[in-house]
Write a protein that binds this ligand. Sequence first.
Ligand SMILES: O=P(O)(O)OC[C@H]1O[C@H](OP(=O)(O)OP(=O)(O)O)[C@H](O)[C@@H]1O
Ligand SMILES: Nc1ncnc2[nH]cnc12
Length: 171
Amino acid sequence: MLNTVHPFWQIIRTVPDFPKAGIDFYDITPLLRSHIDAVIDALLAALPEGLMDEVDCLGAVEARGFVFASMLAGRLGKGMILLRKPGKLPPPVANKAYALEYGKDTLEMQNNLPPERVLLVDDILATGGTLTTAYELCQSADHTVVGALVLLDLVELHGEFPVPVYTVLKA
Ligand SMILES: O=P(O)(O)OC[C@H]1O[C@H](OP(=O)(O)OP(=O)(O)O)[C@H](O)[C@@H]1O
Ligand SMILES: Nc1ncnc2[nH]cnc12
């Protein structure tokens, strides 16, 4: 469903040509200011019943993913693994470069952790470059990714994702 009638759409700002020409940027920061608890409720409601019984921890993607993952972790009583931009995590780390909708970046993850069942958390799935990289880093560190949870899935910008994607909004 392209759920453009969801009340969150009244609060998300769409900014044309940011951060570069041709990109419609979905600014979720007004939701953080005024509706953060409702966003976390909606993210939890987007998950299939019983899924969290299969999840050990949340895989939080820097930076906007940290906001949602932190609050979800608190609500769910789960821990987090951080997927960070380069040079922030002490070794041992694995890293992977990737392209996203409006640029290039690298994610890093510590790879000395025991294998866990991980639910990836981010704010937006656009081309999928970021979440695919998070998925691959988890796989290479012997974690099992059970799915990905995002607030907004830009469905036309990406292909099939290797695990189920749970979302509140689609555009
Ligand atoms: O599906 P993709 O095309 O990869 O795009 C999605 C990613 O883009 C944004 O992150 P960004 O790197 O801009 O960083 P931020 O969270 O630090 O703002 C967003 O938070 C997602 O992580
Ligand atoms: N169009 C977009 N709006 C906001 N964040 C994004 N991250 C990647 N693409 C994005």
